[in-house]
Design a protein around this ligand. Structure first.
Ligand SMILES: Nc1ncnc2c1ncn2[C@@H]1O[C@H](COP(=O)(O)OP(=O)(O)OP(=O)(O)O)[C@@H](O)[C@H]1O
Ligand SMILES: [Mg+2]
Length: 372
């Protein structure tokens, strides 16, 4: 009984209502008895000694007795009606509370079992505080569903990316074993390239997970922008020359020192430079420009290479997204992780990164900001 009482709102509300009725009724009866006696005596007193004499003293009078019993009877009737109304009110109120709570319980059980698409229907959402809770719950479920989707896609993407070079390595090895492929420099180089890609992919994934989980620490120090750029571009000069792509820098005069983790900013610059080189054909141009605008320094890397179509532009910062996988592969490309890492690193510094391109074949410009 006590368990049932504790487990249901209807009983709790009913008990609260009944309690209020009983206490109010008791106070009412007490007050009536006290005030009625004095009021009756005062009234009779005002009517004169004659009537008192007629009645033989009011305390024992039948008029007072019958008045009291009439009052008590009416109190009893109103108490019974009040109990009845309280019962109905408790039922209605508890229904209003428990219905959305039951929907929430059902929804949370579904989500706990992995059904992330389950939502509390609009019809079941009231406009009160419980309704707000249900709306928040639906938003949480939506977020969980998108995170779960991302997790599934990520596993799919990673396994696909790992499978490609592994299949190539296995195929080449089989060819060598069967004697179909010649065991010469070119075959070994082909296998080495795939193994190298595999290694880079694993390293990039490791880096991405570090950056994403925020387990890396930024070693921020005031640095000279020109110095950072020099270190970032140094490893690229020969590759640019070899491919016949010019690399130019345009820096504002009096650039301030910025407080950054120099290694990380160099990593961002190198990701963008690597892409610019990969996606710009021979005789192309890549221009790095750095300028200060109000409270930030803007780094831009522009090229006149293959460009990015509008439909791809909004996705290229997503993990594993490549506008043209085959072109990327043909140009010694990776797996579409570079820009995701660059974005996380820039955002960790409190900056923003974005890409612009007029369209295919019209070049692209990647810009990122760092608070000055
Ligand atoms: N400068 C650019 N010009 C044209 N397309 C670009 C340029 N930079 C990036 N992209 C497009 O954005 C995609 C994602 O770039 P991202 O750097 O993330 O991956 P990736 O270079 O293909 O591989 P990874 O960086 O992992 O080696 C590229 O595959 C390409 O389609
Ligand atoms: Mg890249």
């Amino acid at each position: 009984m006590a368990k049932k009482f504790n487990n249901h709102w209807t009983y709790k509300i009913l008990a609260a209502f009944f309690g209020v009725i009983i206490i109010t009724g008791a106070i009412h009866v007490l007050a009536m008895n006290l005030s009625l006696a004095t009021a009756f005596e005062r009234h009779i007193g005002r009517m004169g000694g004659g009537i008192q004499g007629m009645m033989g003293g009011f305390r024992g009078s039948s008029l007072y007795q019958s008045l009291m019993s009439a009052v008590n009877e009416s109190m009893l009737v109103s108490a019974i009606i009040a109990f009845f109304i309280a019962g109905i009110a408790a039922l209605v109120i508890s229904q209003r509370i428990t219905k959305p709570v039951k929907s929430l319980t059902k929804a949370s059980q579904k989500i706990a079992r992995g059904d992330y698409s389950y939502r509390i229907s609009e019809k079941e959402i009231p406009s009160d505080e419980l309704g707000q809770l249900a709306v928040c719950f639906n938003q949480m479920a939506k977020e969980l569903e998108s995170i779960e989707g991302m997790r599934r896609r990520l596993i799919g993407d990673i396994s696909h990316e790992l499978r490609t070079p592994l299949t190539a390595i296995k195929g080449s090895m089989e060819g060598l074993i069967d004697g179909v492929l010649p065991s010469n420099q070119s075959t070994f180089q082909q296998i080495y390239r795939e193994a190298d890609r595999l290694q880079r992919l694993v390293e990039d994934l490791q880096e991405l997970s570090r950056v994403d989980s925020g387990t890396f620490t930024l070693n921020k120090k005031p640095v000279d922008i020109e110095e950072v750029l020099k270190i970032a571009t140094a490893p690229f000069t020969s590759s640019f020359k070899k491919k016949g792509v010019s690399l130019e820098s345009q820096l504002d005069q009096d650039l301030p020192k910025i407080s950054v983790d120099a290694d990380r900013i160099q990593q961002v610059l190198q990701n963008l430079l690597g892409n610019a080189l990969r996606f710009t054909p021979t005789k192309g141009h890549v221009i790095i420009s750095i300028r200060k605008e109000s409270s930030k320094v803007i780094f831009s890397i522009g090229d006149d290479g293959v460009g990015i179509e509008k439909e791809h532009l909004s996705h290229i910062f997503e993990r594993f997204y490549q506008a043209d996988k085959s072109r990327s592969r043909a140009n010694g490309g990776g797996s579409g992780i570079g820009l995701s890492i660059a974005k996380s690193l820039v955002e960790a510094h409190g900056g923003e990164i974005h890409a612009e391109s007029v369209g295919k074949g019209k070049g692209s410009t990647f810009s990122f900001t760092i608070p000055a």
